[in-house]
Every structure is written in C-alpha cells, then in structure tokens.
Design a protein around this ligand. Sequence first.
Ligand SMILES: O=C(O)CCC(=O)C(=O)O
Ligand SMILES: [Fe+2]
Length: 190
Amino acid sequence: EIVGAYVVALKGMGMKILENISEGLGLEKDFFANELTEDNILTINHYPICPDPSLTIGLPKHKDPTLINIVQAPADIPGLQLFKDEQWFGFETAPNAFLVFVGNQLEVVSNGKMKGVVHRVVTNSNNARTTAVFFVSPSMECIVKPAKALSEAEDCGPLYKAFRYKDYFDIHTGHDGDRDAILETYDFKI
Ligand SMILES: O=C(O)CCC(=O)C(=O)O
Ligand SMILES: [Fe+2]
C-alpha cells in the first residue's frame, strides 16, 4: 500500500518535472504524456558494506537507458559519482532530496540539448547504502526520435536516428549501457 502510494507520487513528480523540461525546451506542455513515459519501474538497490572498496564497484559506469531516473539516496552515505572532464567526482545531497538524472532517451528527444549523465556507484567500508530509483521510460514499442520542433527549429536536422525503444534497450542491457556501443549501433552523429 505504501509502495503503491510512493510510486504514484513519483510518477506525478516525474511528469511535473517533464512538463517543466518541455516548457524549457519550447515543446508543448504535455509532450511527454504518452508512450514516451509509459513504462515505470521502482527498483531498490542495496550496497552492503565492502571491506575493501578498491576491489569492487557498486554499479559500473553507465548512462541511464530511460527518459529520466528519480533517485532517493541517503544524504549522509556517499556512493554516487559523476564522470565529467575525464574524472570521477562525488557530491553531497541534501537530506530528503531527490536526484533527477537525464537518461539517454531525453538526450535523443531533446536532440542533444540535454545530455545523459555518466555515473557509477562506489562501495564503502563503513556503511551499507540503500537507494530507491524510479525509472521513467518509453514503452517497448515506442519509437524514440528527436522532437521535430527542435530538429527543425534550429536547422541542424535530427542528430539522432529514430529507433524502437525495445531495440535500443536490448543493446543497452547487452553492453552494460556502454555509450560507444550504443552510439555505433544507432550511428549517432555526436
Ligand atoms: O543507487 C544509486 O545510487 C544509483 C543507481 C543508478 O544509477 C541506477 O539504478 O541507474
Ligand atoms: Fe543510473
């Protein structure tokens, strides 16, 4: 019952965030209120205490295969790291804050205006860490492509090819979210 209410609230928050993003991108407010956001999954990740964090990683380097991910993580136990300028860095979060990650599908739909964030989770030797991650994804049959309004408005044309989400997802899971493998398959031009 509680998880059900939590998921409904997360979906509502996700759609609100996407409404604001569509507005920021200059798209209609309800641009994402369709099969682009139809598939929603709540996962719980548990990272046990690791005696020697140099030997193992919690979650390897990846970009999320979704439109957005909403992460609730304990503020006082570090773990998440972002990859920027060829290096990893951790960051602090506020208590009870949600982290919103841009996934690959939002990168495609926004025609590259928003970039999927490369991240990983490291382990630590002092505390176990548990996080809740809500995935907002297209349905498997959804055709994902750059929003026409964006590719036409700037004369740059679509920077990504259209694809069926299931085809993308199968490659993503087969390559652990490896960016290059996905870019190669879809001939992304960036
Ligand atoms: O557990 C976390 O801190 C992040 C998890 C994550 O990146 C994911 O599930 O895609
Ligand atoms: Fe992730």
